[in-house]
Design a binder for this molecule. Structure first.
Ligand code: PLP
Length: 374
């Protein structure tokens, strides 16, 4: 089956991992900082913390933002459930705002209408790699004193108004799952603009441990002493995986170019197909596309999904509206609250897109789709 996304592993990646495996530090060593420093070159210099997954990155971001019981977090339902689940696990109430029908991104007008004095964070999702409307969301967040979070699991390497994703939000999260733009097998990171939030995020990632005597409540014990002031978890990404990430980041420019090229080819090859809506792009963005999300009109999405799969083309659907998951249904969320996200979901289909996809494979995808729709 041709997958909708997959990693690209080169000899240089294998070599980077092997060197660390045979070295001194498997985890908590120098490769962590090297990886974080290289990643910060892609976030416009905003400092980054490596963690064990994109989900962990979101959990860390909400902790660093001070999200807790009694707070509300406004986000998009057109995302992987982790964007909302991690806020709910902090004890917050998740408030779903609707999306823009063409980009699938959080609609600032819808988010603005849902702001209350309990709104602690607004979490945008750069759906498919297309940056959200950060300027508009920033204005809403600043007006209400909310923290702006960007779930950039799809958009590492994307640009918004000539600046890299990672600069706009207060906290930006990334995922390095194999289908994402660069991989560490499992892994993620959070970019944090504010110093105090950076310190909170770094502690939450490491059990909440406070090691600096100047910060400790009772520092007189000896050199071994460490304290927990707020509960945290072990979300540390090991050196072995940071080495893979560092090596992958050195290939990101090439990944980016190939993803953009493949998307331009899809746009050109599918433009005249009946019953298909192609993804929109705002002129002030340069997405490093993670997905190629088409909308299959006329109620034919399921048929196209099944026929493509039967022919060995691993198309995917991204995403079921987050609040349709039974866990949210049981909390009282009802269908119909975000009609644009629901219509988007009803028609959405992701076509194969990854750097090692060849022109021939892509032509095959297009031919199969044409045979079904023409
Ligand atoms: C992949 C993804 C996540 C979660 O990342 P993991 O590394 O799989 O935990 C969160 N949000 C979005 C939008 C994603 O695509």
């Amino acid at each position: 089956m041709l997958p909708y996304g997959r990693q690209s592993i080169a000899d240089t990646d294998v070599q980077a991992v092997t060197e660390v495996l045979l070295g001194e530090w498997l985890t908590t060593g120098p490769m962590v900082g090297s990886f974080e420093a290289e990643l910060a070159r892609w976030t416009g210099g905003v400092p980054c913390l490596a963690v064990t997954s994109g989900t962990a990155a979101l959990h860390v971001a909400y902790a660093a933002a001070g999200v807790g019981p009694g707070d509300e977090v406004i986000t998009s339902p057109l995302t992987f459930v982790a964007t909302a689940a991690t806020a709910a696990m902090r004890g917050a109430r998740v408030v779903f705002a609707d999306v823009q029908p063409d980009t699938g991104n959080l609609d600032p007008a819808s988010a603005s209408a849902l702001v209350t004095c309990a709104t602690r964070a607004i979490t945008a999702v750069d759906y498919a790699g297309h940056p959200a409307d950060y300027d508009e969301l920033r204005a809403i967040a600043d007006r209400t004193g909310a923290v702006l979070i960007g779930d950039a699991a799809h958009s590492l390497g994307s640009r918004y108004k000539d600046r890299p994703v990672g600069e706009q939000a207060d906290l930006t999260t990334f995922s390095f799952f194999p289908t994402k733009t660069v991989t560490t097998a499992e892994g993620g990171a959070v970019a944090v603009r504010d110093h105090d939030r950076y310190v909170r995020a770094a502690r939450f990632r490491n059990h909440g441990l406070v090691r600096d005597p100047a910060e400790q409540r009772d520092p007189g014990h000896g050199g071994w002493h460490q304290e927990v002031h707020d509960f945290g978890l072990n979300y540390r990404l090991p050196d072995v995986l940071c080495a893979l990430g560092l090596s992958q980041l050195r290939r990101l420019e090439g990944f980016r170019a190939r993803r953009i090229e493949l998307v331009a080819r899809y746009d050109a090859l599918l433009g005249d197909l009946p019953g298909l809506t192609l993804p929109a792009r705002r002129p002030y963005t340069t997405p490093c596309w993670h997905l190629y999300p088409v909308r299959v009109r006329d109620g034919r999405r399921r048929e196209v999904y099944e026929r493509m799969r039967a022919e060995g083309i691993g198309v995917q659907v991204n995403y079921i509206p987050a609040y349709w998951h039974p866990v949210f249904e049981d909390l009282g969320y009802r269908r119909g609250i975000c009609p644009e996200a629901e219509s988007y979901y009803a028609e959405q289909l992701s076509l194969p897109l990854f750097p090692d996809l060849t022109d021939q494979q892509q032509d095959e995808v297009v031919d199969r789709l044409r045979a079904i729709l023409d």
